[in-house]
Design a protein around this ligand. Structure first.
Ligand code: ZN
Length: 250
């Protein structure tokens, strides 16, 4: 497993796109929470970076939209708002998915193209506020940082720019998630988009998703069949706007 993580990390050290595995990180017990808040305060007082990285240059104007407001037939299974994720507890308070408008509109087109084939998009994660990435990093061990298991907040995670989305397919007839070569957030070679093992049906579904996404300007991540970046993602700033603020927009 560690070997695979090294492999993944060597592919792109800036973006092991999931962040952390500590199950006690969010919504912890009161004493633990007090300790964590104290530790964070000390870090801030010590002059550590306290906000998103200062990024110079020209960036596109941010325009975050809630994906399901554009197309309610895109389904959500926001794993980080549940215990069904690799940290085993919620890290988002709201099960919502936001993207920059062009990326969201492209996703709507992907979904429309899949409908006649009997499938729809099932989103696991999209925009992720920078502070979530930052807290994961602060709480990670040296080893977890070294192997690239956490995203370095000084570089930010691709999800922080709101042009990255983790997703799969659902079957329109059954409403169920289709089987893929691996589960979401699995640390194994089965997660690689080029993995040749497993069932032919699962590989066909994985490739159907990829072809549909690529046709609308998305690129699959080299080590995760479920992670896609929309074109021009580097032209958007790292964001740290909480879901609550976004969901209150008219
Ligand atoms: Zn991702």
């Amino acid at each position: 497993m560690v070997h695979i993580r090294h492999l993944i990390s060597s592919v792109d050290t800036s973006a092991r796109e999931r962040d952390f595995k500590n199950p006690n990180l969010f919504f912890p017990s009161a004493p633990r929470l007090r300790f964590q808040l104290l530790a964070l305060s000390l870090l801030l007082l010590a002059g550590f970076q306290s906000g998103p990285p200062k990024e110079s240059g020209d960036f596109r104007q941010s325009d975050l939209v809630e994906i399901t407001r554009l197309d309610p037939s895109i389904r959500l299974d926001i794993r980080y708002a549940t215990t069904n994720n690799f940290v085993h507890r919620p890290v988002y308070r709201q099960a919502l998915a936001f993207l920059q408008r062009p990326a969201a509109e492209a996703l709507v087109r992907v979904n429309a193209g899949l409908k006649p084939k009997g499938y729809g998009l099932l989103v696991f994660d999209a925009y992720r506020p920078w502070s979530v990435t930052k807290i994961f990093w602060d709480m990670a061990s040296e080893e977890e940082r070294k192997i690239g298991f956490v995203a370095n907040p000084q570089k930010s995670s691709r999800h922080n720019r709101a042009c990255a989305v983790d997703l799969s397919l659902y079957d329109s007839q059954t409403g169920l998630e289709v089987p893929m070569p691996s589960i979401f957030d699995e640390f194994s070679e089965r997660a690689f988009p080029k993995y040749g093992g497993g069932s032919a049906k699962a590989r066909t579904m994985r490739d159907l998703l990829r072809v549909a996404m690529e046709a609308e300007g998305y690129t699959v991540y080299e080590s995760e069949w479920w992670h896609f970046d929309y074109r021009n993602w580097r032209q958007y700033r790292t964001l740290d706007v909480p879901f609550e603020e976004l969901s209150e927009k008219p």
